[in-house]
Design a binder for this molecule. Sequence first.
Ligand code: AMP
Length: 290
Amino acid sequence: VPAATQRLAVLRTVPDIRAAVAAPRAAGGRIGFVPTMGGLHAGHASLMCRARAECDFVVVSIFVNPAQFGPREDYTKYPRDLDADSALCKRECADVVFAPEVEAIYPPGDKTRVEVAGLTDGMCGAFRPGHFRGVTTVCARLFNIVLPDAAYFGEKDYQQLKVVERMVADLQMPLAIIPCPTVRDDDGLALSSRNAYLSPSDRQAALTLWRALQTAQAAVTRGARDAAAILKVVHGTFTAEPAARLQYAELRNPETLQSVERIDGPTLLALAAFVGEVRLIDNLVLQPDA
Ligand code: AMP
């Protein structure tokens, strides 16, 4: 099979992507959008698959957004393989890939940032200053360029999902944000582009996140309701695996992200942990009635 049929056309400029989306929109088609940073895996594919099922034209963006990385984070070494990524987009039957240069999204002299207050304070926001401001800024720009009817986001990045939902509601942007469940490997590890950094032994240690989430659900199923008691179970799981260093574990209302002291309904348990230099996040909505 010629290589050209295994990959999708990759558009690099704002005028090109606008032109590509104009015709299906003018024909009354529903435009679906899957924003990503590349390093694509089955989690991203699940978003594309959902978009494909619900929309007439599917745009995938691949843009490693410098604005959402801190100075000591992995921006320069983040996985970049446009050929492999565009091949995955083709397999998932996306219509077009938008992979802009940094200057196309942040033209020289730009001064505008978008920031959601409150929801960005705790969890990842507490440890990654400016991260969500970078996320909302790039999403606002990409939404304005692509003008989708629906954009697909993974629950894997739960706080991001809620922050983007808030931005879209507050700015009255005319699109639906569609949440999609976290895709995991068979052993439970949440798929992440950053898993590519893990050695085989690191990967074993990385399973601690999933183990902690499940152990917490088991405690809730046995009747635990006190947040401190549940978090103690989480900390204990990490103590047993010193190669995984917990950064935070928080129990929050899954809609408002308010801190929770006692579980009396579905409650978000969100975790971040380091395995070596690699920072991983995961979460589960704990179900008291499970
Ligand atoms: P990223 O490329 O990491 O910025 O992620 C792009 C989108 O894919 C975001 O909406 C993520 O939440 C989503 N995503 C990443 N990993 C997963 C996963 N394991 N399952 C479902 N969605 C995911």
